[in-house]
Ligand binder design. Structure first.
Ligand code: PEP
Length: 251
């Protein structure tokens, strides 16, 4: 089964509007064709509109880093998935471990967000991943299976086929300590097996699964060579234009 690779940078809470604009100008004409790879930057909400303006007509795709599960209303400080969709932004990351840890997002919130995002015609990038303690206790598979089962609750097979799942061991995010490629492949395989159990083989063959956790230009090709790894979600190495473009050299 061949799935189109998806490389997504996650800027977290970094860059000003002018820095983001300079980045888009630097990369936009050097992005490989989207026939070959989906190349995405997930940026803070405030940066999306100016970045969207500058990337028109190029193969650079955009993602929000979060959205609320309602489209409008008295939710001061939240970002509407309908407003993100209206800009033409392609993806929204949900359930990143930093959102779960610092902003107390639950599996139930993530499931509601997935439904709201899909209803707006945007693709969720659904994150999952275990703590070091869970990893060391040998409980990664059951943890990830539980997170994915909860995040996908009540979605249809067609909706699940089209989404992106990012497996990111928390102990590997921003630590420089990446999971080795076989471990990443094995746990991405657990994610795929969970999707198969819930939705059948056609859906699990179609869903795209990224690995995230200290991916950089020097190790991205090894992850991408693995059967169950269809892409990468990249923090630190996606902040500078040169390094971000180098992540795409494997294409
Ligand atoms: C991330 O932000 O999701 C991430 C994986 O960060 P880093 O690549 O810096 O580990």
């Amino acid at each position: 089964m061949s799935r189109k690779p998806i490389i997504a940078g996650n800027w977290k809470m970094n860059k000003t509007v002018s820095e983001a604009q300079a980045f888009v100008e630097a990369v936009k004409n050097n992005i490989p064709s989207k026939e070959l790879v989906d190349t995405v930057i997930a940026a803070p909400a405030l940066l999306l509109a100016p970045m969207n303006y500058l990337r028109q007509g190029t193969d650079l795709q955009l993602s929000a880093e979060n959205a609320y599960f309602e489209n409008a209303g008295a939710f001061t400080g939240e970002t509407s998935p309908a407003a993100i969709a209206d800009l033409g932004i392609e993806y929204i990351v949900i359930g990143h471990s930093e959102r779960r840890e610092y902003f107390h997002e639950t599996d139930e919130d993530i499931n509601k967000k997935a439904k709201a995002i899909i209803a707006n015609g945007v693709t969720p990038i659904v994150c999952c991943g275990e703590t070091l303690e869970t990893y060391e206790a040998g409980k990664t598979a059951e943890w990830v299976e539980g997170q994915i089962t909860a995040a996908l609750k009540d979605l249809t097979p067609e909706q699940v086929s089209n989404l992106v799942i990012a497996y990111e061991p928390i102990w590997a995010i921003g630590t420089g300590k990446s999971a080795d490629a076989n471990t990443a492949d094995e746990t991405c395989g657990v994610v795929r097996a969970t999707v198969e159990k819930l939705y059948g083989k056609n859906v699990s063959d179609a869903v795209r699964i990224q690995y995230g956790g200290s991916v950089k230009p020097e190790n991205v090709a090894e992850y991408m060579s693995k059967e169950n790894v269809d892409g990468a979600l990249v923090g630190g190495a996606a902040l500078e234009a040169e390094s971000f473009l180098a992540l795409l050299d494997f294409v």
